[in-house]
Write a protein that binds this ligand. Structure first.
Ligand code: FAD
Length: 333
C-alpha cells in the first residue's frame, strides 16, 4: 500500500474505502455486487476490511478480504485486533492473509465488542477468550508481526486527531496522552497511520502539523491518512461522533439540525460538508500524495457523491485494444 502511495505524483490525491463483513449470506451477496460496481466506478487505491473485536468476525473478515483481494483484485488492508484474542487466532489470521495475497495489516488493540459495526452475534463467546496475555497494546501486535513476518506486511496503526475514546479508561484521553504511544507504534515498524473519523478539519490540521513537527522525527514522511465518515443520517452522525469523541463544530451542527427531520436533506448537507472538508485538506501543506479514508458503513451512494464532487476518482487506466486503438479499461472489458 505504501509502495502504491509512493508511486503517485506528490501533488496527487488518493482514497480508500472501508467495509465490514456482513452477517448473513444474503448480505454478503449484496455487498459482493456493490463492491464490484464500486471497484469499477470509483477505483480506490485500496480497500479496508474490518475485524470484529476479539476475533468475532474472523472467518467473515477473511472471506471478505478474499473477495476484495483475490476476486476483485483490489489492494486490501485487513484490520487485525489483538486483545481478547488467542495467539492462535492472530497467527491463523496472518497466515491466511498471506495465503490470500493480502500484504497490508492495520494493527489495532481493539475494544471489547460493543459497537454494532464490529460485532457479530454468531460468536457471542469471543469476548470471553482472554487467554492471550501476549498482546496488551497495539504496539505488541506491530512488534509481533515484524518479528514473525519481517517486511512481508505493510503495517498501519490508528491515530486519534481529537484524543482517544479508550473504553478501558473512564476518561476521554487527549492527543497529548496518546502521542508517545503513537511514536512507539511507529518506531516498532508502522508504515502508515490511519486516523479516527473527525468533522473538525481545524483540529485535524493541528494534529497533522503536530505529528509532522514532532521532535522524535518519526512522523516526518510517514503517510497519515485521515478518516472521514460520510453522513447517512442525523442519528448515526450523533451516535458515531459521541462514540469516537469527534467534535462537531457548531456551524456544522446548525446545518445538520436545520434539516434533521429529513433524511435525504441530511445526506445532501453531509455531501456538501464532506466535500468542503476534502477541499480544505487538499489545500493543506502536504508531504506527498494526500489520502482520504472513507468509513463507508458498506453504503455506496453518499460516498460516491462525495468522491465525484471532490474530483477524487482517478481516470481509468488506458489500455491498448486488440485493434491497436487506445481505450479505457471498461471499454476493453
Ligand atoms: P493502542 O495504540 O494500544 O492504544 C490504546 C490506548 O492505550 C490509547 O489510549 C493509548 O494512548 C493507550 N496506550 C497505548 N500503549 C500504551 C502503553 N504501553 N501503556 C499505557 N497506555 C498505552 N476496532 C475493531 O475492533 N475492529 C476494527 O476493525 C477497527 N478498526 C479501526 C480503524 C481505525 C482507523 C481506528 C482509528 C480504530 C479502529 N478500531 C477498530 C478501534 C480500535 O480498536 C480502538 O480505538 C481501540 O480502543 C484502540 O486501538 P489502538 O490500536 O489505537 O490501541
Amino acid at each position: 500500500l505504501t509502495d502504491k502511495i509512493a508511486a503517485l505524483p506528490p501533488d496527487s490525491n488518493y482514497f480508500s474505502l472501508e467495509f465490514f463483513p456482513p452477517k448473513t449470506q444474503q448480505g454478503f451477496s449484496n455487498l459482493h455486487a456493490r463492491l464490484s460496481r464500486m471497484a469499477q466506478a470509483l477505483r480506490p487505491l485500496f480497500v479496508n476490511v474490518t475485524w470484529g473485536a476479539g476475533g468475532s468476525t474472523s472467518a467473515k473478515s477473511l472471506a471478505l478480504a478474499e473477495l476484495t483481494q483475490r476476486s476483485l483484485g483490489l489492494t486490501t488492508c485487513l484490520h487485525l485486533t489483538c486483545t481478547n484474542m488467542s495467539r492462535k487466532l492472530v497467527d491463523e489470521a496472518l497466515e491466511q492473509a498471506k495465503v490470500l495475497g493480502v500484504r497490508n495489516i492495520l494493527a489495532l488493540r481493539g475494544d471489547p465488542p460493543r459497537s454494532e459495526e464490529y460485532r457479530d452475534d454468531s460468536n457471542p463467546d469471543a469476548e470471553e477468550d482472554d487467554s492471550n496475555k501476549d498482546f496488551t497494546w497495539a504496539v505488541d501486535l506491530v512488534q509481533y508481526i515484524r518479528k514473525q513476518y519481517g517486511d512481508y506486511f505493510c503495517i498501519g496503526v490508528a491515530g486519534y486527531p481529537e484524543g482517544h475514546s479508550d473504553q478501558s479508561h473512564p476518561e476521554h484521553q487527549s492527543v497529548e496522552h496518546d502521542l508517545p504511544y503513537l511514536v512507539e507504534k511507529t518506531k516498532a515498524g508502522a508504515d502508515f497511520i490511519m486516523t479516527q473519523l473527525f468533522y473538525d478539519v481545524q483540529e485535524y490540521q493541528k494534529y497533522e502539523k503536530r505529528l509532522r513537527e514532532h521532535e522524535s522525527g518519526v512522523f516526518k514522511t510517514i503517510p497519515i491518512i485521515p478518516g472521514l465518515m460520510p453522513v447517512q443520517s442525523y442519528q448515526i452522525l450523533r451516535r458515531t461522533t459521541k462514540l469516537s469523541h469527534a467534535s462537531l463544530p457548531s456551524e456544522l451542527l446548525k446545518r445538520f439540525e436545520a434539516v434533521k427531520g429529513d433524511d435525504e436533506a441530511v445526506k445532501r448537507v453531509g455531501v456538501d460538508v464532506l466535500s468542503e472538508i476534502v477541499q480544505t485538506m487538499k489545500d493543506m501543506p502536504r508531504n506527498g500524495p494526500r489520502g482520504f479514508h472513507f468509513y463507508t458503513l458498506n453504503l455506496e451512494k453518499v460516498v460516491t457523491q462525495i468522491l465525484e464532487r471532490s474530483d477524487l476518482i482517478p481516470p481509468s487506466t488506458p489500455v491498448i485494444l486488440a485493434d491497436g486503438r487506445n481505450g479505457q479499461v471498461e471499454e476493453a472489458i
